[in-house]
Design a protein around this ligand. Sequence first.
Ligand SMILES: Nc1ncnc2c1ncn2[C@@H]1O[C@H](COP(=O)(O)OP(=O)(O)OP(=O)(O)O)[C@@H](O)[C@H]1O
Length: 332
Amino acid sequence: MIHTRALTKTFTVKKQPVEAVRGVDLDVAKGELVAFLGPNGAGKSTTLRMLTGLVEPTSGTATVAGHDVRRDSAGVRRNIGYIGQGNAAGHYHYVRDEMVTQGCAYGLTRPAARERADELLETLELAGMGRRQSSTLSGGQRRRLDVALGLMHQPPLLFLDEPSTGLDPQNRANLWAHVLAVRERFDTTLFLTTHYLEEADEMAERVVVIDHGRIIADDTPGQLKSTLAGDRITVGLPDADAAAAAARVAERGTGATELDATGPSVTFRVPDSEAVLPEYLRALGEAGLTVRTARMAPSTLDDVFLSLTGRSLREETEAPQDEKHEHEEVAA
Ligand SMILES: Nc1ncnc2c1ncn2[C@@H]1O[C@H](COP(=O)(O)OP(=O)(O)OP(=O)(O)O)[C@@H](O)[C@H]1O
């Protein structure tokens, strides 16, 4: 569905090059659900804009839904849905009419567009909303309408840019349930960006992490967490000497990384804490050490990013998003 090789975009800002995307190689197969993560300014939107034919690459190649983004961007657009961050329906437009109009703009006949609109209204649980103006919908319903509009022409591939930003947790969960229903019903390949790490972890089968324009990780969330981060085990002991002794026990055979014994506790990471913790506690007992507390915390995608870059993705994505708005739009 998506194949890129050495995909690169360099903007020029005040005569200086800004390397937004640097040599991205990416392959997404039909039916995959891929989350694209990275801090502010990492190159997510620029990559998405190149893949959707909105921005021309500086160099490299990209084929999306079988069409070359440079030579046939119209072909790309006919075969993808793109759900951006804003609302796709005009404020005063009637929901079903707007869907039918947008479907016809993609070349569907009016009866086919009506049929498709009804099918999507039902799948996205908007069936009672067809005759309402989009401004009267709740935030969650409007977002579902955006998804419906992006799917009117039955694209096999759907791009979603921050689909759940601005929604409360309940509406986020609800949107996800509907996106997954769409995927199941229409066999749609999904490629999305999100700032919510927990969401990517839970929903995506594959997570691609971009930083400074380069892909730095690409795997299932589970694999990324176990190979690049690992769960954290923390054990409390009576004093610092006991903690130092417990650290020596951890060094022998648990595969511990990031081992730290400051004060009366020892903490370290392991790929599989559920298997390691009972063994470790037994080994501490055999060494004559008294355990006061034991805690394990599963690793997160933020731990993965931290271990890859030394920075926290959470802090960076929560930073004010002002950088790119300082730039004027410039030619490649
Ligand atoms: N039109 C543009 N002109 C000049 N520079 C740009 C333009 N668009 C993006 N950039 C720069 O390219 C880099 C990547 O930006 P991009 O918007 O792709 O990042 P992002 O990962 O989507 O960030 P965010 O999460 O904040 O949306 C940034 O340094 C940004 O300032």
